[in-house]
Design a protein around this ligand. Sequence first.
Ligand code: ADP
Ligand code: ASP
Ligand code: MG
Length: 404
Amino acid sequence: MKIVVLKFGGTSVGTIKKIKKVAEIVSSFKKKGFQIIVISSAMSGVTNDLVKKSKEISENFSEAEYDTLVSSGEQVACSLIAGSLIHKGFKSRSWLAWQVPIFTTGSHKNSRINNINKNKIMKYIKDGGVPIITGFQGINKEERITTIGRGGSDASAIMFAKFFKAERCIIFTDVEGIYTTDPNKIKKAKKIKVISYEEMLEMASLGAKVMQPVSIQDARLNRINIEVKSSFVNRSGTLITKRSNIINNKIITGISSTHNDAKITLIGVKDKPGVAASIFKPLSKNSINVDMVVQNISANGKETDLTFTIKKEDLNKTKKIMKDNQNINYRKLLFEKGVSKISIIGVGMITTPGVTFRMFQALANKRINIQVISTSEIKISVLIDKKDTTKALETLHKEFKLDN
Ligand code: ADP
Ligand code: ASP
Ligand code: MG
């Protein structure tokens, strides 16, 4: 029989009414003759609240206990869904990660699923049951509970689809699919019918919250097609698949924005070999990820200014490293939190010249100043003043003909 993995996000299980809706969706798939595996996230807001509580205890809350704490929201959602299905007359039960078990590797807070024991779940679905499995969590070799990064139930769903060789993997969320840009921010955003793993990975990594980046990497690696659709209305959504399945005549597929970047500028850095390395070495040692970098041309041949971006949450740590490190010489340190990174993404830009120019010109026409730039084969990112975010998204959406 055909197996389908159905994943429900936090907003789809956010209230009792929505949980009942989830049970209806599950029962409709059951009636179609599918064997079903449900993966659920926690009710919306619950995980954030648990993270907040851990911070109130300590800014350095034990990472092992963090995982035990923040994974608890999924248990509630799964038992409510299972209870709702039992009430409807179905055979169903909740499964926590350790009961399956779902095995992970890597460090706490950011583990990766590397194996799932199929035996118990397979037997249960063969017996006609609907297992409701906690997303976001696993166990490690020491049998401690782990979590797989915020938004991680997407990756849980993909890994279940992989290990159970599911026919379909459907991600149910609060929007109708993947849009050209966040539909909750830009009204003219349009639903995309099909998108490649590569473009989705860039969009997700560059701020489109709708899918967790790791889940797209896992899907791409295992060639798993993902359907993203709404749990509120029954309309066709978006298919995430390999590039060769797609015919697209647009240069740009989507636009993403982030708001969790901070910009650091070191004024008056010595302009000689090895200086940049000595600045970035202690950051990498402290697991601080440097994203965009720009070094100004030295006016006098002796000194230069160096600007780079990091995640906002790493700002205090970075400032301390810069100030404490005797090997780093500069005259002044500036930092800025009011920035936003806007990225245009599309495989179409590989074969189309002039995309960078069009992007910069369109922003210049709206008097939006570009502070830092970074590019890859299928994306161009610019750092701008945060207050210009919506204007920039609307401008670029129009410029690259995504409005129609
Ligand atoms: P879930 O609770 O289902 O996991 P998320 O909140 O993680 O849902 O992701 C859904 C949200 O992602 C949407 O409400 C939307 O605001 C946001 N989003 C950002 N960019 C996009 C995009 N390009 N397409 C669709 N949604 C997007
Ligand atoms: N509940 C977890 C989170 O909020 C996992 C998820 O939503 O996918 O990050
Ligand atoms: Mg999510």
